[in-house]
Design a protein around this ligand. Sequence first.
Ligand code: HEC
Length: 142
Amino acid sequence: MEEEKKENKRKTVIIAFAVLAGFYLLTKVLNSISPNAGKQTYELHCGGCHGNDGKGLGGIVPPLADADWVKNHQDDLACVIKNGMKGEVTVNGKTYDQEMLGLPYLSEIQITNIINYINSSWGNDYGFVKVQTVEEQLKKCP
Ligand code: HEC
């Protein structure tokens, strides 16, 4: 009788552990494909310059929030993130002439997550992009 109780207890512990481990793995997987992953990646790699609010930095870094450039250059975003850009760029009527270094170490999934985060944050509503599309765009970077 005592033995049976112990055995049951052990089983309960094992099952509880398996359930917890399952949840943990599930959140990991969901996080890697959710907009939340885009937020984290954006804030880590872009927010320092463009601001976590996407508003840019004075006259030096152009905004991404409510930015006509982002809206009108959807097909160029992946290459800008990967390879950077320099020279004059006009965003919302204001001209910037700086250089942004590329972030070539970001994966295609990270780039996709970042674009989707930008496109759907701070009031932006610029659509959704698929990883396959980003891969195609990256093959054709200037
Ligand atoms: C070290 C600072 C810095 C970092 C980090 C940075 N940028 Fe930039 N970004 C700039 C600057 C400066 C420009 C303007 C370049 C120019 O004048 O040609 C720019 C331009 C842009 C533009 C085009 C203009 C606009 O604002 O619409 C986009 C889009 C952009 N960056 C997105 C990103 C994204 C996404 C990330 C993160 C993956 C990122 N940037 C990381 C500094 C940065």
